[in-house]
Design a protein. Sequence first.
Length: 553
Amino acid sequence: MKSKRFEALDARPVNQDGYVTEWPEVGLIAMSGPNDPKPSIRIEGGKVVEMDGKQRADFDMIDTFVADYGIKLDNAEAVCRMDSLDLARRLCDINVPRSEVVQLTTAMTPAKICEVVGKMTVLEMMMAVNKMRARKSPANQAHVTNVKDHPVQIAADAAEAALRGFAELETTVGVARIAPYNAIALMVGAQVGRPGILTQCAVEEATELNLGMRGFTAYAETVSVYGTEPVFMDGDDTPWSKAFLASCYASRGLKMRFTSGTGSEVQMGYAEGKSMLYLEARCLYITKAAGSQGIQNGSVSCVGVPAAVPGGIRAILAENLIAMALDLECASSNDQTFTHSDLRRVARSLMQFVPGTDFICSGYSATPNYDNMFAGSNWDADDYDDWLIIQRDLKVDGGLVPVLEDDVVRVRNKAAKVIQALFRELGLTDVSDAEVEAATYARGSQDMPNRNMVEDLKAAEDLLKRGLTGVDIVKALAKTGFEDVAGSVFGMLKQRVAGDYLHTSAILTKDFEVVSAVNQPNDYRGPQTGYQISDEKWAQLKNIRQAMSPENV
């Protein structure tokens, strides 16, 4: 006989997920692995000659890069001698200001900082995140993609996502050569929804840089770094090449951050027997050493690996905290889908949602997941109401705001019409009235007519050959009567010249004012300090469309 309770349990969604026991020798251990090095540092003549138990003669390229550029050496030896438990307590102690903690954490070695966060519970890490986030106010980022690479749908979805409160929007492609179309549609659609939205198109690095140089994107994120030398070599990359790429973006006024995450090295088969968190710490130190203002991390596309081992979700929170402790902007993932369980996916997100990060999701899917070309998100467009109601339940600002259906229909329709007029003015492929109508009301690409992809690809390649830039888009928008959208796109281009939004954790308001860790640093010191939801914002968050009021009963 089989227990009927266990039959019922076995049928639960959570038991469709995969789980494994720890296997440290191949890196299948979340943190505090038996083969992780012990913290140490020795400095002679201003140069690190020993780090984490390894002599300089034995350094690999990551050790060398981190030792030379990634650690503040003035007090590194003293900090390494400090008790790690005491340092962990300082991280979550409301009486120790962030500015004081950063002076300690940025002097730690990778092994030391892993040892410190290893002393903390999930709750203590969340307390630390609340204090260590670089920018005072949290925000959110969305994925805007579809399986048809349909530019009209991308523009409409971007406009809605901007209206709903996302500060950044990211797209990618199913067919690589369509990237210019998607990038332009995303940028223009976003500015229809709310001026000042930062956008990017995640594609192969040379193409992504080209799109940015032309003014079709405002930031970059998919500049991946890894924690072992063999994984770097697999991609024909080094920390120095990534640093050079970062400088290319910065030199043209493009905000950028690196991407990393626990599990990538073990997934690639080159974990060298180290824990996932230790290898991720090396990635974060590379990011700091390369001069990038921030990082997208939180396992990201490798989330299924740490999620399968004990403590893996805790390790993801730990890596987010390490990023913040190194004074980096943290876009804390919560993007890639990883579980069949609704309960588990919400639990995974609450650790960033409740304390708030610079970007709670680095990819909340603004489309139904069947349209998400980043392999599906932990949250999608069908979850908007759940997210809003959880914000309301907990009195937490998760970066989204309630909207009315009429307003969503209005901005989607306008974005579709803007793309129709823009494509006509630039001599690109035709956008029909039927496409505009469909995009106005569509849930996803299943509600959209098909386009002639061959013609779209030809036009996308042609616009690059013609040398079109963001300025040409501004001129075309103005000529077609959409002066307000032209002004917003031009406002984004002007930000590239000023360069102020290259500062850590920078976002833009609808008036193109920069909000960053420089002019809005996180000053949390306990109750009623740091970021507080204003009365006006709370009134907005409370006012969900489902709530009945006495006047309407």
